[in-house]
Design a protein around this ligand. Structure first.
Ligand SMILES: Cc1cc2nc3c(=O)[nH]c(=O)nc-3n(C[C@H](O)[C@H](O)[C@H](O)COP(=O)(O)OP(=O)(O)OC[C@H]3O[C@@H](n4cnc5c(N)ncnc54)[C@H](O)[C@@H]3O)c2cc1C
Length: 377
């Protein structure tokens, strides 16, 4: 019996922004046989550079590229979200025998019985299966039904996101690196996508959405003048990058407190995957990577059992939850901590800069993270 993928949107599409994928996520894509497809659309930066947004001074550097291969056994990739989405979609479409894709199918609720789960759709239709995996994002309905109403946490941070063609940038800004610019109460990150033909630029500032805007909307038009005002004391190089972006979109960043236990990942025949389980701030660039790791773990566990009929789904999903929850909680906590460090002022900022000078790459590298995903427990 094929899996059924229910998507509320009328078409598969991704909005224009970039993603970094650490070696842990690239390892999964490679394991899924998608390395050629990734190489055809991604960039593989040589380094991560950290700079002071005001003075332009270099604060730290982590070698990526070949060094990521040496240290972590896989590359560090940066790509457009639409490209990642397309390569995953094509991979699924090649397995039409195993996965049935259903668009315009918005889940309203589910009912679990001893023998299976019935997903009820908003249009009145229903779909029955052995288990339900809720990968329905930050505002997950599956989560709300499984764990009860728990409001998301507004971080008070806004992300401006835009793209710029490499050909429109001066040579110094076209380098094949991920650059993070830090200043009190804000930071800006840019990196190449589409094999270096474009750059993705994200500026995170402290603030809130204009009154009346829907925080659940994925994108809002942003006024470049607002961003320019916040960046008034930034160095010329950073302003050149920001000014090169023609169109900005705005995201309000929400998250949840880190997971508290395996019970938040799975109960009975229902499990949560990705942002539905562990939404995080994007300051470790690992939200999508953790969703990909979750999916890989589930796949490994499914490979370990043969017949659908003989699967003990509650036991399988309990193992999935045990394998994943602590790692996801740790990444959530580290992402939050990074935000505080990135936006630091006063003594914390001084301490951060000193630590980067003294500890160099050790401070920026994450072997515990990039060496993953861990095998199922
Ligand atoms: C500014 C910013 C920068 C980021 N940078 C990075 C990065 O560099 N690297 C990284 O790894 N991550 C990054 N992330 C995080 C990453 O975007 C998310 O973690 C990732 O998109 C989560 O994927 P998901 O599939 O769990 O959820 P989503 O991407 O939210 O997908 C959920 C899907 O479920 C569908 N859906 C929702 N409700 C229903 C329903 N009731 N019925 C049917 N379908 C439904 C939605 O339409 C959607 O298609 C960043 C996030 C932000 C905001």
């Amino acid at each position: 019996m094929p899996s059924v993928l229910l998507e509320q949107a009328p078409a598969f599409a991704e909005v224009g922004a970039g993603l970094q994928l650490g070696p842990n996520a690239v390892r999964v894509l490679s394991d899924w046989g998608l390395m050629d497809a990734l190489q055809a659309c991604a960039a593989f930066p040589e380094a991560l550079r950290v700079r002071d947004a005001r003075s332009g001074a270099s604060l730290g550097r982590l070698a990526l590229g070949a060094m990521a291969l040496v240290r972590h056994g896989q590359l560090y990739a940066t790509l457009h979200r639409a490209d990642l989405h397309a390569l995953l979609l094509h991979a699924v479409q090649r397995r039409a025998d195993a996965v049935q894709l259903r668009l315009s199918s918005r889940l309203a609720a589910y009912e679990e019985s001893g023998g299976g789960v019935c997903a009820r759709l908003e249009d009145g239709d229903s779909v029955k299966g052995d288990a339900l995996i809720g990968c329905d994002g930050l505002w997950s309905r599956v989560r709300t039904q499984m764990l009860g109403e728990q409001p998301t946490r507004a971080t008070g941070h806004l992300a401006y996101r835009g793209m710029v063609r490499a050909a429109d940038l001066p040579p110094a800004l076209r380098a094949n690196v991920v650059t993070a610019w830090l200043a009190p109460r804000l930071h800006v990150v840019h990196y190449p996508v589409k094999q270096g033909d474009w750059f993705n630029v994200v500026a995170v500032v402290q603030g809130s959405l204009p009154a009346g805007d829907d925080p659940q909307a994925w994108t809002h038009d942003a006024h470049a003048s607002d961003l320019r005002r916040v960046l008034s004391s930034a160095c010329t190089e950073l302003l050149t990058m920001v000014d090169a972006v023609a169109d900005w979109k705005l995201w309000a960043l929400n998250d949840r407190v880190p997971m508290q236990g395996a019970h938040e990942h799975a109960r009975g025949r229902v499990a949560l995957l990705g942002d539905a389980a562990h939404p995080m701030r994007p300051y470790l660039a690992q939200g999508a990577a953790m969703a990909i790791e979750d999916a890989w773990t589930l796949g490994r566990l499914l490979q370990g059992t043969d017949e659908h009929a003989s699967r003990d789904w509650p036991a399988l999903l309990a193992r999935y939850a045990q394998t994943r929850w602590q790692r996801n909680a740790r990444v959530q906590a580290r992402s939050q901590r990074n935000g505080t460090i990135f936006h630091a002022s006063g003594p914390l900022r001084w301490g951060r800069n000193t630590a980067m000078t003294l500890l160099r790459e050790r401070l920026l590298d994450n072997p515990w993270l990039y060496g993953g995903p861990p095998e199922p427990a």
